[in-house]
Ligand binder design. Sequence first.
Ligand code: FAD
Length: 464
Amino acid sequence: MKKVAVIGAGPGGYVAAIRLAQLGANVHLFEKDRVGGTCLNRGCIPTKTLFRTAEIMHEMRRSAEFGIKLDGDFSVDYTALCERKDKVVNTLVGGIEQLLRSYPNIYFHIGNAVLADARTVECCGEAFADFDAIVIATGSAPQMTETEGVELDGVITSDELLELKVLPRRLIVVGGGVIGLEFASIYRELGSEVIVLASRILKNADAEISRRLVPMLKKQGIELYNDVRARRISRSGELLKVEAAYKKNGEPFEVEGDYVLIASGRGPVYEGLNLDAIGVEYDEKGVIVDKNFQTNVCGVFAIGDIVRGNPQLAHVASAQGERVAEHIMGHESKIQLEVYPNCVFTLNEVAHAGFTEEELKERGVQYSVSKFNFAANGKALSIGDANGLVKLLADKQGKLLGAHIIGPHANDLIAECSLAIANGMSAEDVVGTIHAHPTLSEAVLEAAAGLLGSAIHVANSRKK
Ligand code: FAD
């Protein structure tokens, strides 16, 4: 029976451990904190719990539009909201612990794991030896910028923002990536004034979609400065002052707030692992692995956020966890890693899978574009959220290459597109599949039909 160590019980590590156990390995899973990693404890789940309240607040403000009279004022009870967030997190953490306990061949150890050699892990003063393989899944942590003043009280990362006991009155977000924009959108709806200082908005998204997101964020009431750099943070009485400047002409400006969230990226977690002792190759961006997630040291693997160049996504870490488990156990894996959905939980959701238009141009690929606006989708209109579109990219034979959605439930709708792109399906395959009515998924169907010139709910004059 193979004996495998997994270090880190985030969505990469715990999934790898379960899959290894399913395939018959004896698994030792080491976690220094709580199971679930960043995702459950400080990432996906707490933020999406806050997001739900943000959505409800948004809809309550629009209640009259939906024929509902709200007598009197309403506001967020931040303490109760945080309690709900913690309850959801605790329920999920408990669920994962129970799952792990249900496998008699998973041995769970709480404590910092240290690599003693390529086959031995030390934890809490005990050495666990003779592993056939070791999987490092120690994840990532927020990185502070080198901006002057980041050490001041009130300059925080996402970890601290999620622990705040009071709702910020005026939150300055430094960073225009997924994490920064999600917090900006959420806290604006919860009632904070929000200022975003972004060097770029969603740099990995299709440029047209990022552009369309900007007015939506502004309409939400976010004070958004794009194409700028934060230069210095200082205290100005009760408030923090951020001095910034436009990148293109250096024009300076200042903004003030009670908290400054630094959301400018996350870096790999190596501390205490002892990677140098066993000669694993890594740099400040992560551990270097081959296509099977093996490091340069035979039998030592790495998955998830710790891997250099990896998209920092929970579902990617989990898919890599399953894949590495199958590889270690000698199974050929069917899991495809090339195509994965990227989801942004701003009030107007943004999701994409596959190539952007810019990437296709850069690669010299001939492609067609089709767009379908939610404004022509019955379900979008009936739920009162018809802002946005589905944009599909296909090659000249109609094979889908990229999908970009901004608008209602984009993050759920992208699943169909990922499935199609990952499996080499064409617009014809999507169009040849009946989509339920009235659903938002009909917007995907119509965008696919647009690629074939057969969209039904697009005026004839607007068809190419
Ligand atoms: P992690 O989840 O970071 O887990 C690593 C684990 O290893 C941790 O539990 C840590 O305690 C443990 N560990 C580290 N060193 C040791 C050691 N020496 N010994 C023992 N244990 C150790 N992704 C999405 O897909 N969707 C989202 O909506 C989303 N939202 C996010 C929101 C925020 C605010 C943040 C910060 C992240 C978000 N992410 C989201 C990203 C997602 O959380 C990460 O990509 C994911 O958690 C990475 O999984 P992982 O298993 O590689 O690492």
